[in-house]
Design a protein around this ligand. Structure first.
Ligand SMILES: Nc1ncnc2c1ncn2[C@@H]1O[C@H](COP(=O)(O)OP(=O)(O)OP(=O)(O)O)[C@@H](O)[C@H]1O
Ligand SMILES: [Mg+2]
Length: 233
């Protein structure tokens, strides 16, 4: 049986700027099962990041329902969302979002701060996560001492260190060259093969082809949602 991890229904996000209203999402319904690999595409401004931020519990919708692993998170406050986020979500950003003064190891260990585990145990887990992205020999480097691809791999390790149920990535290869993008996409494929649910936003058809399902947004609504018959593995 397919286990549902995400169900959103009638999701709207309306931003108010001065006396202007921006309907970033205008009624979106999506259901995603465990271990799906989904790409979200659409023109600039179509609502992709807005949707990822809601799916990742970084923001809440103006209207609609979001059931995450059976729990209604749509009406939770920021503190409650932070707890859910820490437990369920691994987020990867286009601009890596690493803390500049911290080493790779410390950046990856950071999400474990609420785990209740000892510092030693947290560092052990961070070390394993960095080894898994092939960065064993760069643990003590700070972000500015790493290449773009290595920074993104640190960000992937950080996203995975908590064993989240969902990996969300918003344009993860947007700042990388083609070869490095291919390496990062291989990493996502491995993460998917390990049984994780992966959702990624991309502008590039070549990147989206790695996913098994492609959802296209336009003007805050779903334009299409279909299986990708030409998946690259
Ligand atoms: N914090 C905000 N306040 C007001 N308007 C916003 C805010 N964030 C996004 N918007 C508006 O909402 C719409 C959707 O933005 P969003 O960032 O979700 O688009 P996107 O599909 O991710 O675009 P891109 O491909 O350029 O990243 C845009 O029109 C944008 O201007
Ligand atoms: Mg965006």
């Amino acid at each position: 049986m397919n286990q549902e991890v995400i169900r959103i229904k009638g999701i709207k996000k309306i931003y108010k700027v001065g006396n202007q209203e921006v309907r970033a999402l205008n009624g979106v319904d999506i259901q995603i099962n465990k271990n799906e690999y989904v790409a979200i595409m659409g023109p600039s401004g179509s609502g992709k990041s807005t949707m990822m931020n809601i799916l990742g519990c970084l923001d809440s919708p103006s209207e609609g329902e979001y059931i995450l692993n059976g729990t209604d998170v749509s009406k939770m406050d920021d503190n409650e969302l932070a707890v859910i986020r820490n437990k369920e979500i691994g987020f990867i950003f286009q601009s890596f979002n690493l803390l500049p003064r911290y080493t790779a190891l410390d950046n990856v260990a950071l999400p474990l701060i609420y785990s209740g585990e000892s510092r030693e145990k947290r560092e052990d887990r961070a070390r394993v996560a960095l080894e898994n992205v092939d960065l064993k020999d760069r643990m003590h480097h700070k972000p500015n001492e790493l290449s773009g691809g290595q920074r993104q791999r640190v960000a992937v390790a950080r996203a995975l260190v908590n064993n989240p149920s969902i990996i969300l990535a918003d344009e993860p290869t947007g700042n990388l060259d083609t070869k490095t993008s291919i390496d990062i996409m291989k990493l996502f494929e491995e993460i998917h093969e390990q049984g994780n649910t992966v959702i990624l936003v991309t502008h590039e058809e070549d990147i989206a082809k790695h996913a098994k399902r492609i959802i296209r947004l336009r003007d805050g609504i779903i334009e299409s949602d279909h299986t990708n018959e030409h998946q690259i593995i």
